[in-house]
Write a new protein. Structure first.
Length: 184
């Protein structure tokens, strides 16, 4: 079984914010929004190419994402090599993305929470760029800000690529997904 986690904050006020790009990718992949409440999150179970896949959008707010993730992992006894977390990344500009495994939080509080709860950094991350060229900005206001039309357009152009990366992760594993994502 695979676990695909999209990070974000719950509530209307956070919809389409930069920090919620993980939710957006999961919503695009799943297309039908028939998620159920479980594990302090919204979940959807799918079978993809014969593999059971649990999609999770933690509803604990970003800084407590690990609480939801650990509940799902423990309930289904999911191996960390079968976990993919989709997150925003302020070190990548909008339109950029990369995939990593076994790395630090990079200052991302949602990832910090997941690492603390899992007691491990050994899970895959699809990092989606949200940075612009502006320097000296208030980070909290920026990540909780909405995407401009141009930024949304760039994100939408990459959604099919994110779907392909997730498919490769599900069907061929983390290393193949990293190779594909990082050599496009």
């Amino acid at each position: 079984m695979k676990l695909i986690v999209g990070l974000g904050n719950p509530g209307k006020e956070y919809e389409n914010t930069r920090h919620n790009v993980g939710f957006q990718v999961v919503d695009f992949y799943c297309s039908e929004n028939d998620f159920q409440k479980k594990f302090d999150g919204l979940i959807k179970m799918m079978t993809i190419q014969g593999e059971k896949v649990l999609f999770l959008k933690p509803q604990t707010f970003m800084n407590l994402s690990g609480q939801s993730v650990i509940k799902a992992i423990n309930y289904y006894d999911i191996s960390l090599e079968d976990v993919l977390v989709i997150q925003d990344d302020l070190d990548l500009t909008i339109g950029q993305y990369k995939m990593k495994t076994n790395s630090s939080s990079g200052g991302h509080n949602g990832i910090k929470s997941i690492i603390a709860h899992l007691k491990s950094e050994n899970f895959a991350r699809l990092k989606i760029g949200i940075a612009d060229t502006t320097k000296n900005r208030d980070t909290i206001s920026y990540v909780l800000g909405k995407f401009s039309k141009e930024e949304s357009s760039l994100l939408e152009k990459n959604q099919e690529m994110f779907k392909k990366i997730i498919d490769i992760f599900i069907q061929e594993g983390v290393q193949k997904a990293i190779q594909f994502a990082n050599t496009r």
